[in-house]
Design a protein around this ligand. Structure first.
Ligand SMILES: CC(C)(COP(=O)(O)OP(=O)(O)OC[C@H]1O[C@@H](n2cnc3c(N)ncnc32)[C@H](O)[C@@H]1OP(=O)(O)O)[C@@H](O)C(=O)NCCC(=O)NCCS
Length: 184
């Protein structure tokens, strides 16, 4: 059984995508191709096909089932459209109890506080239900929107990694941040 919930916020429903959502995921990818390209790895042409979206959804359930990662979609209230997505990836248990957070909001939804709203719910679930201790999120120094979002969510800077990820075909430096669970 997949261990992932349906979270509700004022403006969204947050859950893993199901196979029926593949066309919505494809639309999200197509609509945001230019908006997300500067902040993501290069995508092969197949990424923009229904087959690839369906595969991503199956892989997402497997990852959640294995407690390796939770690729959440942020849907509109009636679940017709995908407004944003975020992933609690690379879950490591044992003495670490940590994961890496990645996210992106639909170009039309940017600047409305929606990503923050969704991540507040996702982080509460990660700490309270998944029992994680540390959520890490890293961004390129020029990604000012991402920096502001993380700061508002209470992430703290932990370091600077040179040539950390290959983004849009280039090895890019990243600022490393994390949010630690506060008990009590
Ligand atoms: C990074 C990203 C998710 C930030 O999205 P965002 O919409 O700016 O983030 P938030 O949800 O926190 O919204 C904050 C903005 O909404 C505004 N806002 C409007 N209504 C609001 C509300 N009710 N509550 C909070 N903020 C609100 C804020 O003033 C702020 O705008 P400003 O930054 O112009 O001052 C988005 O820019 C994105 O998808 N970028 C491309 C992908 C990417 O960079 N991913 C991260 C890689 S590290």
């Amino acid at each position: 059984m997949t261990r992932a919930p349906k979270l509700k916020t004022a403006r969204a429903v947050i859950r893993l995508a199901e196979s029926v959502d593949a066309p919505k995921l494809l639309r999200f990818r197509m609509d945001n191709r230019e908006h997300l390209a500067p902040w993501e790895p290069l995508r092969e042409t197949a990424y923009y096909t229904l087959e690839h979206c369906a595969r991503t959804i199956v892989d997402g359930h497997e990852a959640a089932h294995l407690d390796r990662g939770y690729p959440f979609m942020v849907f509109s209230p009636h679940e017709q459209d995908i407004l944003a997505s975020f992933t609690l990836a690379n879950v490591v248990r044992g003495p670490f109890q940590a994961c890496l957070l990645g996210y992106g909001v639909h170009a039309d939804q940017q600047g409305r506080g929606l990503m923050r709203e969704a991540l507040l719910a996702g982080l509460a679930w990660a700490f309270d239900e998944l029992g994680l201790h540390r959520v890490m999120a890293n961004y390129m120094p020029r990604n000012e929107r991402s920096a502001r979002l993380l700061e508002r969510l209470g992430f703290e800077r932990e370091g600077y990694a040179r040539q950390y990820l290959q983004i849009a075909g280039q090895w890019e430096d990243h600022i490393l941040t994390a949010k630690i669970r506060r008990d009590g």
